[in-house]
Design a protein around this ligand. Structure first.
Ligand code: NAD
Length: 790
């Protein structure tokens, strides 16, 4: 054997991480008392336990207390009791606690990493170099937010007691993403880890004891779906933060509907990894290793769909296969291991099943020729080629080391394929042409986009999804908002509309009978059903008639809104000018709108004039803010800048209240438009003529066709249609409590972002009924990571 042969034959020797400290910790602990409630360790009140075992061997690690509903009650009671003092403590006091947690975690960094690897099966290199350091960074970063609260979030305070439920794939990191911002905001928490991975949360609770976290501020309960559901449904909790599957996310959205609980959902994904022909292929291959084989592919934002430009597909696939052959599958405690076991036999079976089904549907599944360890839940890295867009491997989240590959011809096709999914968590774009990458990034429906990189995270940069990947962000400024509440100026309770006798007697002074139509796609159109709704004056006489919109009309309006590309693609300056022009044209008709308000609502002429003038002022405000409510640039510790871009939510349905029928409608439509959304508005059911009178104002104001659509009719019914429509991205409902609750419950088809007044209107005339609080609901924050340097 010559030296070259020797060199090629050279293999790594085993480099196992010592586990004696972790084993000693495991041996010393009483896991029958694993619930950390009110600063004390408790057994489950029903005495139940569940088992956690080691994925690399299947061996039992511990039997852990399984929290009953009574234990959840006790944890919520402890968090409630601790809340007043904790939320009233100064930002500096809370910052010191967060910092102390971070520092204490640093001192036990290795124990955390080894325990995480033993319990989850992830390679020690990952838990040691990524999970644990990032978790620590989260606490230390959020110490700063605790102190910056008053200055950076004026008018906001902690939302209260928070219920947090996390998955098993990043047990400690997900815990940090949840607990750090909550504590910084002055909230107290009840957190439930996943039943597969309870251990590092127990160690974390021990750290809380030592770091001076006051009793009851952090409560950690253990258990499965039942304990999770008890948290979700608990009336003493003001916010639910959930990370897990889209399926359970939808159950939680439904369960919390109408409860008034704040909700953030970080769910699954099917993220695209797009490689253009001018990419550095070797870097892209290394990126892929991180993108899909990191944590065995059990990563919500795994780049599980490789989209490669046709001309380089063959070369790239060849390189990927070569690299896959060198991935080391084996003991996760070995420092050389790239791929450890999956979490559990159920997950292994699921992944195998999906690969078999994908193959049945035409994919060619390739695996390197490598032996698997004799025990444990291992799966070889798998490459599927010849995958059609409808193949199960292209559509379903596999949550395993399986990469589905497709090719594209040009940029448009790449974007189309990337967006051809119900998810929208993340994407990677590989090209040496940064102009191309930054042209593509805003067109991808994903909350995070990595340019020439993948799986970059930082506590200062928000993370979260579009579409069925959930809503809300974790990390940074936008993540803090998830744990804060601002007092909006509440208006009257909204009662459900009752269908009253239709007025027939013509009001005085109405010369020509006019039936207002609907406004869809820039045109006045008759309602599909050809029915109309009589509108009464304040005195009960007939003021006019409007179209009675139906499901079909909403469908047409949504399709017009979706097709109105000119609006979201317009520059912010353009949008601003159109909104100014709307204001100008409305002001030219102040007398007419004031008279209409008097006629319909019976307010005084002075009050009516004021409402019109305030509506004009509000249009002016949002015209001005259209090009000012901008994103930010983050400078994370990595050599990268992160562009936190504000993007429109998309098609936003708006159900406006009866109170202040003109001002209420404009206060909702204007911020949505300002941020580039297109709107389908259902105006006040009682006073729709104020909206139909706006048609001409809209027509004269250069608003592109389809940007504003107005469908008059029964609010409750139309709200339901909007809620169920899977092409509506956001829904703002100011209607009676039951309609609001139903809209939330029925939004689960595509997990649209619902903002409901929960049966209350706002005091629309108040200054607080305008501004950033509204604009924030009109955007998604997309974080685009752009690394720099050679
Ligand atoms: P899962 O949804 O089955 O479970 C997540 C958590 O919810 C667990 O703690 C579980 O006990 C609990 N739970 C289950 N049913 C519940 C119910 N009905 N009510 C309340 N709680 C319930 O998900 P999983 O299998 O543990 O984790 C994998 C999923 O998590 C993947 O889909 C992955 O993409 C997602 N994930 C998302 C992110 C993100 O930030 N977007 C991060 C990590 C993981």
């Amino acid at each position: 054997m010559n030296i070259l042969d020797r060199y090629h034959a050279m293999d790594y020797g085993p480099a196992p991480e010592a586990r004696n400290e972790a084993d000693a910790w495991l041996a010393a602990r009483d896991f029958g008392k694993a619930l950390f409630i009110d600063g004390a360790w408790k057994a489950a009140s029903g005495g139940k336990t569940f088992e956690t075992s080691e994925p690399s061997s299947g061996k039992l690690l511990a039997k852990i207390s399984d929290a009953s509903a009574a234990d959840i009650d006790a944890a919520v009671a402890a968090a409630t009791k601790a809340l007043p003092k904790w939320s009233a403590s100064s930002g500096y006091q809370r910052a010191k606690v967060l910092y102390a947690i971070g520092r204490a975690m640093q001192r036990h960094q290795r124990l955390f990493a080894v325990l995480e690897t033993i319990d989850n099966g992830k390679p020690i290199r990952e838990s040691r170099d990524i999970d644990v350091p990032l978790a620590i960074r989260h606490f230390i970063h959020h110490a700063g937010w605790a102190q910056a609260l008053d200055k950076d979030f004026p008018g906001h305070k902690g939302v209260g007691v928070v219920g947090q439920i996390i998955p098993w794939n990043f047990p400690l990191l997900m815990l940090a993403w949840k607990i750090a911002p909550a504590l910084a905001a002055g909230c107290t928490v009840v957190l439930k880890p996943a039943e597969f991975t309870p251990l590092t949360a127990i160690l974390f609770a021990e750290i809380c004891e030592r770091a001076g976290v006051p009793k009851g501020v952090v409560n950690i309960v253990q258990g499965g779906p039942e304990a999770g559901a008890a948290i979700v449904n608990h009336p003493g909790i003001q916010k639910i933060a959930f990370t897990g599957s889209s399926e359970v996310g939808k159950i939680i959205r439904k369960a919390t509907a109408g409860s008034g609980k704040k909700l953030s959902l970080e769910l699954g994904g099917k993220s695209a990894f797009i490689v253009f022909e001018d990419a550095d292929l070797d870097s892209a291959v290394e990126g892929l290793v991180d993108g899909i084989w990191f944590n065995q592919g059990q990563v919500c934002c795994a780049g599980s769909r490789l989209l490669v430009q046709e001309g380089i597909a063959e070369a790239l696939i060849a390189k990927v296969k070569t690299r896959m052959s060198r991935l080391r599958v084996g003991s996760p405690l070995d420092k050389n291991t790239d791929i450890g076991p999956l979490i559990d036999i159920t997950q292994l079976d699921r992944v195998k099943g999906l690969v078999a089904e994908g193959a049945k549907q035409g994919a060619v599944c390739w695996q390197p020729d490598a032996a698997l360890p004799s025990s444990g839940y291992y799966h070889l890295p798998t490459l599927a080629t010849g995958v059609s867009p409808a193949n199960i491997l292209a559509q379903e989240e596999v949550f395993g080391p399986v990469l589905a590959t497709m090719t594209f011809r040009n940029t448009e096709e790449a974007i189309e394929l990337a967006n051809n999914t119900r998810y929208g968590l993340a994407a990677s774009v590989w090209s040496e042409n940064v102009n191309l990458a930054l042209h593509v990034a805003p067109q991808l429906k994903a909350g995070v986009v990595w340019v020439n990189g993948t799986n970059m995270f930082d506590a200062a940069c928000g993370f979260g999804g579009y579409r069925e990947s959930g809503f809300g962000r974790e990390g940074g400024r936008e993540g803090m908002f998830e744990y804060l509440a601002a007092k909006l100026p509440l208006g009257p309770v909204i009662k459900a509309a009752t269908v009253s006798a239709q007025p027939v007697e013509q009001a005085d002074g109405l010369a020509i009978d006019r039936t207002a139509k609907l406004f869809i796609g820039g045109k006045q159109v008759r309602p599909d059903g050809n029915y109309s709704l009589a509108v009464a004056t304040a005195k009960g006489k007939l003021a006019g008639e409007v179209g009675l919109g139906s499901r079909k009309d909403i469908r047409d309006a949504v399709s017009a809104a979706r097709g109105a590309k000119a609006w979201p693609e317009a520059t912010a300056y353009n949008r601003s000018q159109v909104l100014y022009y709307l204001a100008e044209n409305l002001s030219g008709r102040t007398d007419e709108f004031a008279a209409r308000l008097v006629q319909l609502t019976g307010v005084t002429a002075k009050a009516a004039r004021e409402e019109v003038e305030q509506s004009i002022e509000r249009l002016f405000l949002y015209a001005g803010l259209a090009d000012k409510f901008e994103g930010r640039v983050h400078q994370p510790p990595a050599r990268a800048v992160t562009l936190a871009l504000h993007e429109p939510v998309g098609v936003v349905g708006i159900v406006a209240p009866d109170a202040s029928p003109l001002l209420g409608l404009i206060s909702l439509i204007a911020p949505a438009l300002a941020m580039g959304n297109t709107v389908v508005a259902v105006p006040s059911e009682r006073y729709p003529l104020l909206a139909t009178d706006l048609y001409q104002v809209i027509e004269y104001s250069d608003v592109p066709a389809g940007a504003i659509n107005i469908v008059t009719g029964r609010s409750a019914e139309l709200a339901g249609v909007l809620a169920k429509h899977d092409d509506v991205d956001g829904l703002w409902v100011f209607a009676d409590a039951e309609t609001c609750a139903r809209a939330e419950a029925e939004s689960i088809g595509n997990l649209k972002r619902v903002w409901s007044g929960n049966g209350r209107s706002l005091d629309w005339a108040s200054d607080e009924a305008a501004g950033d609080a509204f604009l924030r609901r009109a955007i998604e924050v997309k974080n685009v990571w752009v690394p720099y340097g050679d």
